[in-house]
Design a protein around this ligand. Structure first.
Ligand SMILES: *Cc1c(COP(=O)(O)O)cnc(C)c1O
Length: 371
């Protein structure tokens, strides 16, 4: 099945009890047993698993082409549960430009868990290979990256990591399975902040990990049961509903982003645009190879620096000034302010998350804000 069809029909069995086409939300925290002690429906306690969450896991697993998916209360909970499941003494390799929450966790939490953190650019493959031969348990990738939209060559880095015996986790939040499927290219785990495009309406938090190896999934599932990072039934239901329109929304967002990146690329107030769909982007050829479209996020730098960036953000009327991404509404933010002290993001950088509005209204809004 094509992804558009799968998104609608995965985990879409009418409820056997009532025939309801939209699945019920099971809020129960505990589940009954037969007189012999066997659970009636296979469920015991909702911190381990629950029926609504199971539907969402099936859907995400199908979309990513994995063997098993686990869903969590947030994207951070998903990533940190994976990292928490590693043996103390393991080394984790990160590139420099990753989601700031994971960078902060790598500095502040991972050492306390007995994990060694190394950072190396994945753009230099021979340097990467050197670091890998020193023994790495997990390679963490994010492509396109946040907020600089750097593109990493998935096949090449995954190939090197696997040869060195390392696991590979790809934060696929910016691309979604609509644009890019890391497991097809040999990655072990695909990570999502389902808070973003999967939910798609800026009204639900969630995270997911999709695995190729069911044994690794089971090991991480045990960690999730203990740390309680599970997704609530209501959150699971909202994210499952979001999945039905995910392909259409991601395509509309990508088309808007392409139009806006092209508009910004020739604007005199803009010194640089970061969007992998522009032929001038250093990762354009690789992105074309591994992505179907280029996603809904555009970053750009202002020629006149931070004040000009803040002024542009303050003047928009259609874009909403807020952090986050992947919703139906277009958002704009001064990224360094959102990331706070210690940020490595340039002070003159503005990040856009494109929604599904008409691109002409968005361009007109930016035109007056940049004037
Ligand atoms: C938002 C985001 C996360 C974290 O997700 P939360 O649901 O906010 O915990 C991780 N990675 C990327 C790329 C993100 O954009």
């Amino acid at each position: 099945m094509k992804l558009e069809t799968l998104a609608v029909h995965t985990a879409m069995e009418p409820d056997p009890l009532t025939g309801a086409v939209s699945p019920p939300i099971h809020l129960s925290t505990t589940f009954a047993r037969h007189p012999d002690g066997v659970p009636v429906g296979g469920y015991v306690y909702a911190r381990e698993s629950n029926p609504t969450q199971d539907l969402l896991e099936k859907a995400i697993c199908d979309l990513e082409g994995g063997q098993r998916a686990l869903v969590f209360g947030s994207g951070m909970a998903a990533g940190l549960s994976l990292l928490q499941a590693l043996e103390p003494g393991s080394t984790v390799l990160f590139p420099p430009d990753i989601y700031h929450g994971f960078r902060k966790a790598a500095q502040e939490l991972l050492p306390k868990w007995g994990l060694t953190v190394k950072t190396v650019s994945f753009q230099d493959l021979s340097r990467l290979q050197e670091v890998l031969t020193a023994g790495v348990r997990l390679v963490w990738m994010e492509t396109p990256s946040n907020p600089l939209l750097e593109i990493t060559a998935l096949s090449e880095v995954i190939g090197l990591a696997r040869t060195a015996g390392a696991l590979v986790c790809v934060d696929n939040t910016f691309a979604t399975p609509v644009l890019q499927r890391p497991l097809d290219l040999g990655a072990d785990i695909s990570l999502h902040a389902t808070t973003k495009a999967f939910g798609g309406h800026s009204d639900v938090m969630g995270g997911a990990l999709v695995f190729r190896d069911p044994l690794l999934a089971e090991h991480v599932c045990e960690t999730r049961t203990l740390n309680g990072a599970i997704a609530s039934p209501f959150a699971s239901w909202l994210i499952l509903r979001g999945i039905r329109t995910l392909p259409m929304r991601v395509e509309a967002q990508s088309r808007n982003a392409q139009a806006i990146a092209e508009f910004l690329a020739v604007h005199p107030a803009v010194s640089r645009v970061f969007y992998p769909g522009l032929p001038s982007h250093p990762g354009h050829q690789i992105a074309k190879r591994q992505m179907r479209l280029f996603g809904g996020i555009v970053s750009f730098r202002l020629a006149d620096g931070k004040e000009r960036a803040l002024r542009a953000v303050s003047r928009v009327k259609v874009f909403i000034r807020a952090t986050s991404l992947g919703g139906v509404e277009s958002l704009i933010e001064h990224r360094a302010s959102s990331e706070g002290p210690g940020t490595m993001t340039p002070e003159d950088l503005v990040r856009l998350s494109l929604g599904i509005e008409h691109h002409e209204d968005l361009i007109a809004d930016l035109e007056q804000a940049l004037a």
